[in-house]
Design a binder for this molecule. Structure first.
Ligand code: GTP
Ligand code: MG
Length: 452
């Protein structure tokens, strides 16, 4: 970043995994804060971003890391609530995350959302490591708080140690079923061709030094060139969430992956119908080591550089979409920037037919992923949009010619109360799920029943 004089930005690390496998706890442990305790029912309601500077990384990693080996400024972690599809968020020409941690509960192994995450990591060619979490739950395990994993493993009984091995080999086997060659991380030489499995406990901190060491090494070794950006150029980012914020109106939670953004600058944001052109009223920053979603008082800043998670307050953001691009205009021609945003949006545009179902999804990227899956399943789409299911969606679906098309497939979005009532009244069938293939399966079963 600018502050330390390097032209290297912080790598963006996505934390993915099945519900309850320990994503938030893992970040929490790294951060040493207690975000999880502030969460309703310990479920993450929103995406948060946490910057862990290099000095903290090396403090946690202890003897495993020599900070002088690194010149990347640290790591920016993005937590993903189990119900959200961070995996489908994009940046210019690729995945938003530079690296990912796939969290897998050693007791549960691979679950539907683990597989969905794997598929999207595969498609987007995002390098990742597997955090095999909850090793402290192995029967007979004797925790050694915050210890490197090999050290604590050696201190266990033979029985506990080999039970853990069994669970780890199961995960390695499941990875291999998905086409990845994987091994315990300490045996992996080339982390691009092989997936390293890092046994950890978000509860006791065991293995966390290893996880940070592997991530930092992966980023430094293979990603340094991608991290070299024009740190003072006009900012580029992706909308994570569109949120109402007291005193600010509609705001955007944005991950800035390139350049800078300044107060009062004109930005272009992907909107439901047209790109939105507006002026930044305030840039709100979570304090270092804090999460956007737990911060009740934001820190106003004049300027911020990539990579960072920021909240942007500006007028006219109501139609902004999660997953859409954000661009700072600065000294460029505004029409060019609008065209750029439009071009990026059209890349994601879903092909629609005159007859078909209505699809609603939480982000542009997930809409694209669903459309691809539906194309494969040969289910035609009449309308596809980002956003909650609203009464007008029901109206659109009810005009379909065939009963099997009088349906709405809703992915990770809410159904507004009056929409639900209207669906009942007009015989429009609603399908809701946070897993794409379930949505499609349920729809296909429904069609089979109709045709019986
Ligand atoms: P969602 O955000 O809902 O998808 O869940 P998550 O993946 O963020 O899981 P979370 O961190 O909320 O953890 C789920 C539960 O598992 C909580 O009750 C945690 O206390 C527990 N847990 C997480 N990691 C560990 C671990 O390493 N050991 C033990 N024993 N429990 C853990
Ligand atoms: Mg969580």
């Amino acid at each position: 970043t600018r502050e330390n004089g390097h032209g290297l930005r912080t790598p963006i690390v996505a934390v993915l995994g099945h519900v309850d496998h320990g994503k938030t706890s893992l970040l929490d442990k790294i951060r040493g804060s207690t975000v999880i305790e502030g969460e309703a029912g310990a479920i993450t309601q929103h995406i948060g971003a946490t910057a862990i500077p290099l000095d903290v990384v090396s403090k946690v990693a202890g003897s495993l890391i020599d900070p002088s080996d690194f010149d990347l400024p640290g790591l920016l972690f993005i937590d993903t609530p189990g119900h959200h599809s961070f995996t489908t968020l994009r940046s210019r020409g690729g995945a938003l995350a530079d690296i990912a941690i796939l969290v897998v509960d050693v007791n549960d192994g691979f679950q539907p959302q683990t597989l969905e995450a794997i598929n999207i990591l595969k498609q987007s060619q995002t390098p990742f490591v597997v955090a095999a979490n909850k090793i402290d739950t192995v029967p007979g395990w004797k925790p050694n708080e915050d210890a490197p994993v090999q050290q604590t493993k050696e201190a266990q009984s033979d029985r506990a140690s080999s039970m853990l091995d069994e669970q780890l080999y199961e995960i390695i086997g499941e990875l291999s079923d998905e086409g990845f060659s994987a091994d315990m991380y300490w045996r992996v030489q080339d982390f691009r061709g092989n997936i390293g499995v890092v046994p950890v406990s978000a509860e006791t901190g065991e293995g966390i030094p290893d996880l940070l060491t592997v991530l930092m090494g992966l980023a430094q070794r293979y990603m340094k060139e991608d991290m070299a950006i024009d740190v003072t150029g006009p900012g580029a980012g992706t909308v994570l969430e569109v949120k109402e914020e007291k005193g600010f109106g509609t705001t955007l939670d944005v991950v800035l992956y390139d350049g800078t953004i300044r107060e009062d600058e004109t930005i272009v944001v992907g909107g439901l119908d047209e790109p939105i052109v507006t002026d930044v009223r305030a840039i709100l920053k979570p304090r270092p080591l804090a999460e956007i979603r737990t911060e009740d008082r934001f820190e106003k800043v004049e300027e911020i550089a990539a990579a960072s998670g920021v909240k942007i307050a500006a007028p006219g953001l109501d139609d902004a979409m999660a997953g859409a691009p954000v661009r700072v205009v600065r000294d460029r021609d505004i029409e060019e920037v609008i065209a750029e945003v439009r071009a990026e949006l059209s890349e994601i545009e879903v092909e629609t037919q005159e007859q078909g179902v209505v699809v609603k999804a939480d982000t542009l990227g997930s809409l694209e992923a669903i459309a691809n899956a539906m194309d494969e399943a040969e289910i035609p789409i009449m309308r596809a949009e980002v956003g909650d299911v609203a009464p007008r969606d029901i109206s659109v679906a009810s005009t379909a010619g065939e009963d099997k098309h009088k349906t709405i497939l809703a992915f990770n979005v809410d159904v507004l109360a009056d929409a639900e009532q209207q669906a009942e009244d007009s015989d429009v069938k609603l399908f809701e799920s946070g897993v794409i293939y379930r949505l499609i399966e349920e729809y296909e079963e429904y069609v089979e029943e109709l045709e019986r």
